[in-house]
Design a protein around this ligand. Structure first.
Ligand code: NAD
Ligand code: DAU
Length: 362
């Protein structure tokens, strides 16, 4: 199998590449623009490895995409490339429209032309797998779960841009027959997540005894899934999912942000020895005492919960990690990869508050 993986230098894409490479599942070509969120350091272990290639480029650059499709001749295109941070989309939505909407459109349109050029067997086996989010469904009240038929109601510019891409991907199946699948997944955590997101941000701030910012009252609920389990779901959808279909992916692990942070702090406390070895950190910090309530995220969705019944029934997918085991792995990974955190943030991010600038408050 030949996999073209867009956005493969980011968080989930790089974990997906690691799964393909370490399990010898096929040839991999990563196309990534290397924005602030994408780094070659994340893919370094595969450099020079037979079966792995990296190209820096934009999914919206049709000529590059066309050339790569023709030269590499993939059996599967998996689209992870996106602007992914809600707070940044509040500050400015332009890049979200350029990549998530126009970029995804250019990628599927070029993929359609490529797919139409394939012969019978390869054309039949081809798959375009689009990676999307539960945020397209908007916000839930106290009860209920998102299913694949929940109407789209995106609230952030990020979610709106992902919703638009989902509609284009679906429309290319309905109109042109392009063999697509879409996965809509809940909040991921694990190795290689850029430290702007809640878990790595809180983890690093706690280690350093810095305030851990909690938006609003901290009672917003997310459904957390270990990234390896998301990658497993994507592979199972590629293998067994029906073309033209959408599959929700979630961990059945709903937590308020405050409860999630308590679980993270418990995982940190369990790793005192590793923390002592990792650097000059104080191992006696009262992590809970670092929680600092800050102004809420504008348009902050209150609750997400995902019904993954369709995915489970059709592919047999089950997550392997629970929150305790997943957070343990995550904490250990960050403690062993503090240099990676430094390297990917040094030029561009210092854990400052995002998404609450003049535009948002005005
Ligand atoms: P990320 O921000 O860590 O990585 C995104 C990657 O895409 C980066 O490597 C970046 O350089 C690359 N990229 C950005 N613009 C590009 C362009 N125009 N052309 C090529 N590459 C480009 O994001 P992530 O958290 O790994 O998310 C990956 C995908 O999964 C996204 O589509 C996101 O919407 C979706 N998703 C994320 C989560 C989550 O919790 N992180 C949950 C559900 C779905
Ligand atoms: O649900 C899937 C989505 O999960 C993905 O589509 C997005 O790409 C991904 O970034 C994530 O979005 P969230 O907005 O849910 O993730 P984030 O880590 O930014 O925030 C998680 C929750 O924590 C949310 O309720 C906001 C809150 N938060 C976040 C940060 C960064 C805080 O309270 N403090 C913070 O400093």
């Amino acid at each position: 199998m030949r996999f073209l993986v867009t956005g493969g230098a980011g968080f989930i894409g790089s974990n997906f590449v690691a799964k393909l490479m370490s399990e010898n599942l096929g040839q991999v070509l990563v196309l990534d623009k290397l924005t602030y969120a994408g780094h070659l350091a994340t893919l370094r272990r595969w450099e020079g490895h037979a079966g792995f290639r990296f190209v820096q480029g934009d999914i919206g650059d049709r000529l590059t995409v066309r050339r790569l499709l023709a030269d590499f001749a993939p059996d599967v295109v998996v689209n992870f490339a996106a602007e992914s941070h809600v707070d940044r989309s509040i500050d400015s939505a332009g890049e979200f429209i350029a990549t998530n909407v126009a970029g995804s459109y250019a990628l599927i349109d070029e993929t359609l032309t490529y797919w139409q050029s394939l012969d019978g067997a390869r054309s039949k086996a081809f798959r375009f797998q689009h990676v999307s989010t539960d945020e397209v469904y908007g916000s839930l009240g106290a009860t209920g779960e998102f299913t694949e038929t929940t109407p789209y109601a995106p609230n952030s510019p990020y979610a709106a841009s992902k919703a638009a891409a989902d509609h284009f991907v679906r429309a290319y199946h309905a109109t042109h027959g392009l063999p697509i699948t879409i996965t809509n997944c809940s909040n991921n955590y694990g190795p290689y997540q850029f430290p702007e997101k809640l878990i790595p941000l809180a983890l690093l701030n706690a280690l350093e005894g810095k305030p851990v910012p909690v938006y609003g009252d901290g009672l917003n609920i997310r459904d957390w899934l270990y990234v390896g389990d998301h990658c497993k779901a994507i592979l199972q959808v590629i293998d067994q999912g029906r073309t033209g279909e959408t599959y929700n992916v979630g961990g059945n692990t709903e937590r308020t942000n405050l409860d999630l942070l308590q679980a993270l702090f418990a995982a940190l406390k369990d790793e005192r020895e590793l923390i002592a070895q990792a650097g000059t950190f104080d191992t006696g910090i009262d992590y809970a005492g670092l929680i600092t309530f800050v102004a809420d995220r504008p348009g902050h969705d209150r609750r997400y919960a995902i019904d993954s019944g369709k995915l489970r029934a059709e592919t047999g997918w089950e997550p392997v990690e629970d929150l305790v085991s997943g957070l343990r792995k995550t904490v250990r990974w960050y403690l062993s990869n503090l240099e990676w955190c430094r390297e990917v943030t040094e030029d561009n991010y210092n854990r400052q508050r995002l998404g609450f600038g003049e535009r948002a408050s005005g």
